[in-house]
Design a protein around this ligand. Structure first.
Ligand SMILES: [Zn+2]
Length: 399
């Protein structure tokens, strides 16, 4: 199910209706503040605990339908969750104040829309409230879809209904799916590129933790504390595994949201095919990248995202704008500057875009292989499996 929100303007309301609507919004806002206060004391996001603690009291205090009180509780819980999330990133983050009147939330059962009469009916504790609404012809069909939790918002003297509608999923044909490329590296652990997306996953935390553990173990080894060395290795492994879980989750979610196809570097057999590439040697010395790809593969399978393993050769030397491929394009480790068209960008982002471009031109290499080095020595299909990864093997083919 996909949800969309239709913004519908209400026709001007008479005084009585406007007052009733405004007072409902205000009571709802106070109800959210009440729940927020309780949540702050309880320090929980568990709705059952919160419900037990304050539902009865809220029913007595607020003249609102039961489901609207639940919506107020959910709104406060969501705000608390977002606040905790922000606090994790920045300790100084302030809690929300709910000073302004909030939009009135309506559970699906409290709202009914009559398209042919151009009215919406909302349930209030004092009976139904009928509101005239403007339905543009472009929304005429979509307002009939089943709807979810919607909101009534006031802007100046106008009221709007933000109607959440659920439309059944329409499978996107492979040809129209956006292609994403994922470049792995050391300065950036991973760079994800796709239409309108450029995400960088900094390699610094990983490098820092690894070197810290390395130095710690050196010191232990000097004192011949073998048991502690072992335990420290276990802790490092746990830390890095957790880090890979987070990174892979974000990558897969981004691609899944766009119903895209993800192109990753194929690490299998890379040692034979690309002898002596400094980057490859460094990458293979750690297990991190193989594990990251393994996590991405199984998470992608769960979300219905197709992962295609691509031959990573020349992705760092090719210009993602004009296709010109030359070693000199890579001026520094981090910078890419095309000798042919002068395009400049982050080198890892350029590589990720090149990987994404492999999917966009399925006829073959799409200018990735320079003339003279046709890549014939491999003779294998462009699409390979990440065979080293135990998790999931159903990587679909690109055709
Ligand atoms: Zn270029």
């Amino acid at each position: 199910m996909q949800t969309g929100v239709l913004k519908l303007k209400l026709r001007s309301l008479n005084n009585n209706k406007a007052t009733r609507l405004l007072s409902l919004s205000e009571i709802f806002t106070v109800c959210v503040r009440f729940h927020w206060g309780r949540i702050e004391t309880l320090k929980t996001t568990n709705t059952t605990v919160i419900h037990r603690d304050c539902y009865r009291e809220a029913r007595e205090l607020f003249h609102l339908p039961a489901s609207t009180i639940q919506q107020a509780r959910d709104k406060a819980v969501a705000a608390y969750r977002a606040h905790l999330e922000r606090k994790k990133r920045d300790r100084r983050s302030n809690p929300p104040t709910f000073r302004r009147t909030l939009p009135l939330r309506l559970a699906a059962e409290n709202l009914r829309i009559f398209p042919d009469k151009s009215v919406v009916r909302i349930t209030t504790p004092d009976g139904f409230l009928w509101l005239p609404v403007l339905i543009p012809s472009c929304f005429a069909e979509r307002v009939k879809l089943p709807h979810g939790v919607s909101e009534l918002v006031r802007k100046g003297d106008d009221w709007f209904l933000m109607l959440a509608v659920k439309s059944p999923d329409v499978p996107v044909p492979d040809r129209e799916r956006p292609h994403f490329g994922l470049d792995l590296g050391l300065a950036q652990l991973a760079v994800l590129a796709g239409p309108g997306v450029a995400k960088f996953f900094d390699g610094k935390p990983l490098r820092y933790t690894r070197s810290r553990y390395f130095r710690y173990r050196q010191a232990l080894q000097a004192k011949r504390k073998v048991g502690m060395v072992k335990r420290s290795k276990g802790r490092e492994y746990l830390w890095a595994t957790n880090h890979n879980h987070k990174v892979s989750r974000e990558i897969v979610d981004t691609v899944a949201k766009a119903s895209g196809i993800l192109h990753v570097e194929n690490l299998t057999g890379i040692r034979e095919r690309c002898k002596g590439t400094a980057k490859i040697n460094r990458m293979l010395s750690g297990w991190t990248f193989a594990q990251l790809l393994q996590f991405i593969t199984y998470k992608a399978a769960a979300c219905g995202v197709t992962v295609i393993a691509e031959d990573p050769r020349h992705t760092s030397q090719r210009c993602s704008r004009c296709g010109h491929t030359e070693r000199g394009n890579r001026t520094k480790q981090a910078a890419f500057a095309c000798k042919a068209c002068g395009y400049r960008l982050n080198a890892d982002l350029n590589a990720a875009r090149n990987l994404a471009a492999r999917g966009a031109c399925p006829s073959g290499v799409g200018g990735v292989t320079p003339p003279g080095r046709s890549g014939a020595e491999s003779g294998e299909p462009k699409v390979a499996r990440l065979s080293r990864h135990r998790g999931n093997r159903n990587l679909a083919s690109s055709s």
